[in-house]
Design a protein around this ligand. Structure first.
Ligand code: ADP
Ligand code: MG
Length: 476
């Protein structure tokens, strides 16, 4: 029997703040174990948490970017459980009164468009980490991560395939990096997900018992884990067995999911409002001030590029991969006045240099203004596109302008018809066999003869003029 998968994701997004959510300890990754820990993170008696304003700003920016409502009266709850990496015995989190409520994320896949409703986005602290491989006979605890700010974004169960789940995750991963609220580093755990999976008869509206797959930190693993789980549940249903609601672990080495624990309910955590923290009341003016900080969002920007410059999906994807890349493109386009030309050049030679020499836009020595200077000389026919392509690496590496390089190297294109006609005559005279072959119908000889004229001109003849004059003279 064919089943329809029903999938909801809980994304954990680490916010790029300098310090933790409720303490001044550093939130940076990669320090010696337990170097970024203070009394608040350790849950010493008598300490009081102090909310990090930047984390609230980031969460608000994110909520606004996904079209959600920002709750003006959010508050924090204690989620109580015991685990060695949680010294306080509770995690400060949010539940129904979370800071982000509602919203819709529209995801496109090869199979179509899916609107994924957002249930809520909680501002919460991360737990610490158990380290199992540092000692032969013990497990270590590293609390550097304890208290680091996260958004837990809970989607409604609106996704219908592993591919859609990955597309949803990729889109939000791009968005948080674009907004600069998270570094999105998946190896370091800054962006990870729990995937909830159930299946049902195709066409039914049932919500069947679901399995939660914990803490998956790569796009590939999300896809594999969900597909394995769909298969496992389908086999169970086919043989008339029930799917148990439980939490399972994905093991990429053995390509299987296995039981971690039977699923707990919210009641098990004895949630209650944290008495040490005031309600998170956000003034409407503050929310509007935050809205004004939002940059042009990726989807709107993509639409603008499509409409105004006729860019295709590949070009848009390349330019919008990072916000500062798109900013660079906008500056380049403004300076040369041709969005299509700017996109072609950025995807071509520029991309090659970028991949070879730069880790980020900040590392690029070539300013958009100097780049535009080169494109203008292509636009006004001063140099050919191929000469420009050769100049780009020099332009990239040094600080000369395009005009300086063109003059120094005598690259000005010859557009003078008389001069080009003379070269064409010389070439036809020097290659009578090829000229005859062309006249006899061997069209490809035109390419050879064009090449000869360009060579004779030392690459300076305008190729379009060469081509036109050759055809004209060979016809005669
Ligand atoms: P809990 O508090 O038990 O974690 P939530 O209501 O927060 O429950 O839901 C957790 C996640 O499970 C959400 O992302 C939601 O979309 C998803 N989910 C809920 N029911 C189902 C279901 N039947 N099948 C798949 N996913 C589901
Ligand atoms: Mg949950």
């Amino acid at each position: 029997m064919r089943y329809e998968p029903v999938i909801g994701l809980e994304l954990h997004i680490q916010l790029a703040t300098a310090s933790k959510l409720f303490s001044p300890s550093s939130a940076t990754f990669g320090a010696e174990p337990n170097a970024h820990v203070n009394e608040i993170d350790l849950g010493f008696p008598g300490v009081l948490p102090v909310l990090n304003a930047q984390a609230v700003r980031f969460a608000t920016l994110f909520g606004l970017a996904i079209g959600a409502e920002i709750n003006p009266h959010a508050f924090f709850m204690r989620k109580n459980y015991f685990y060695p990496d949680l010294p306080k015995g509770y995690q400060i989190s949010q539940l129904d009164d979370a800071i982000i409520r509602g919203g819709v994320v529209t995801v496109e896949t090869a199979d179509g468009v899916r609107k994924v409703r957002i249930n809520r986005g909680q501002l919460e602290e991360d737990a610490g980490k158990s380290v199992h491989d540092a000692f032969p006979d013990r497990t270590g605890i590293d609390l550097n991560r304890a208290g680091v700010p996260l958004i837990e974004l809970v989607s409604e169960p609106d996704l219908r395939s592993a591919a859609e789940a990955v597309a949803y995750m990729r889109q939000l991963h791009h968005l948080v990096r674009y907004l600069g609220i998270s570094d999105g580093n998946m190896q370091e755990g800054s962006f990870r997900c729990d995937a909830n999976v159930s299946i049902r008869a195709a066409g039914s509206d049932d919500l069947n018992p679901r399995v939660e797959l914990k803490n998956i930190n790569s796009f590939r693993f999300v896809e594999q884990a969900i597909n394995l789980e769909i298969e496992r549940q389908s086999d169970l249903m086919d043989s008339g067995k029930a799917v148990e609601q439980e939490t399972r672990l994905f093991d990429p080495d053995r390509m299987e999911t296995r039981t971690m624990r039977s699923k707990e309910e919210a009641n098990d955590y004895r949630y209650f409002p944290d008495p040490d923290l005031l309600p998170l009341d956000l003034a409407p003016e503050w929310i509007e001030e935050t809205r004004a900080m939002l940059p042009e969002l990726p989807q709107a920007r993509a639409e603008r590029y499509r409409q105004d410059y006729g860019l295709d999906a590949d070009a848009i994807q390349f330019i919008l991969q990072m916000r500062d890349m798109a900013d660079y493109y906008d500056t380049l386009t403004a300076a040369c006045g041709d969005g299509k030309l700017a996109a072609n050049w950025m995807q071509g030679e520029f991309a090659r240099l970028y991949n070879e020499h730069a880790g980020s836009i900040k590392d690029i020595p070539l300013t958009a203004a100097r780049f535009a200077g080169l494109l203008q000389r292509v636009q006004d026919n001063t140099i050919s596109a191929s000469a420009a392509k050769k100049l780009l690496p020099q332009l990239w590496a040094g600080d000369a302008t395009a005009d300086e390089l063109i003059d120094a190297q005598g690259l000005r294109q010859v557009n003078d018809d008389g001069q080009i006609a003379a070269w064409v005559d010389e070439v036809i005279a020097a290659h009578p066999e090829q000229a005859a072959a062309y006249r006899a119908g061997q069209g490809k000889m035109l390419g050879f003869l064009t090449g000869q004229v360009l060579k004779r001109s030392q690459g300076q003849a305008n190729p379009k003029t060469v081509n036109a004059l050759l055809q004209e003279k060979l016809k005669a």
